[in-house]
Design a protein around this ligand. Structure first.
Ligand code: AR6
Length: 181
């Protein structure tokens, strides 16, 4: 599923983010930038041990912010590590989750990249409800493309069938609502 916008395109695919041939992939990282499990563990395994060393040199990253490393053995040239919020239902999570997408896109645009792939940040171990996270993520991406016009291909790589379906519904809804013209 693909949506062309004046500032770029949003693409939804099912798959494994570590296999994406894009300029940068985004990691759903933790604040210590340690390898961890989930998509983060998969990215570290595919990139090789150099990635953990580069992350240790950076030392950490606050929630809602991002840090950039090389992609090492990945097809992608860069990994943009984004620290999503742990979902506790306090109402502050949406801002922090949107910030992850916005800051990652800002880094990609600042480096002149053409393509970036995201996982569904915070929707696994961090417990963010999927429907809500999908709306926040896609609105933040569409908003960035509309405002900044970076000419970026933004691909969301959804691991499971349900993840894909929920994001596809959220993207259709966003279009229908006419949030973007
Ligand atoms: N490609 C794409 N998506 C994937 C892949 C993959 N290879 N593997 C899993 N997913 P999670 P979080 C999906 O838990 O909730 C880590 O330990 C997964 O199905 O990886 O942000 C970090 O180090 C889910 O939809 O990230 C942190 O400590 C989505 O990726 C913590 O978990 C995100 O799930 C971050 O938790």
């Amino acid at each position: 599923m693909r949506w062309e916008l004046p500032g770029g395109a949003i693409e939804l695919v099912r798959g494994d983010i570590t296999a994406q041939e894009v300029d940068a992939i985004v990691n759903a990282a933790n604040a210590q930038l340690l390898p961890g499990g989930g998509v983060c563990g998969a990215i570290h395994r595919a990139a090789g041990p150099e990635l953990a060393i580069a992350c240790a040199e950076i030392g950490g990253c606050p929630t809602g912010q991002v840090r950039v490393t090389p992609g090492f053995r990945l097809p992608a040239r860069y990994v943009i590590h984004a620290v999503g919020p742990v979902y506790r239902g306090t109402g502050e999570e949406a801002q922090l989750l949107a910030s992850c997408y916005r800051e990652a896109l800002r880094e990609a645009a600042a480096r002149g990249l053409r393509s970036v792939a995201f996982p569904a940040i915070s929707t696994g171990i961090y417990g963010y409800p999927l429907e809500e996270a999908a709306r926040v993520a896609l609105a933040a991406i569409a908003d960035f493309l509309r405002r900044e016009r970076p000419g970026l291909l933004v691909r969301m790589v959804l691991f499971g069938e349900r993840d894909f379906e929920v994001h596809a519904a959220a993207l259709r809804e966003l279009r229908r609502a006419g949030d973007i013209t």
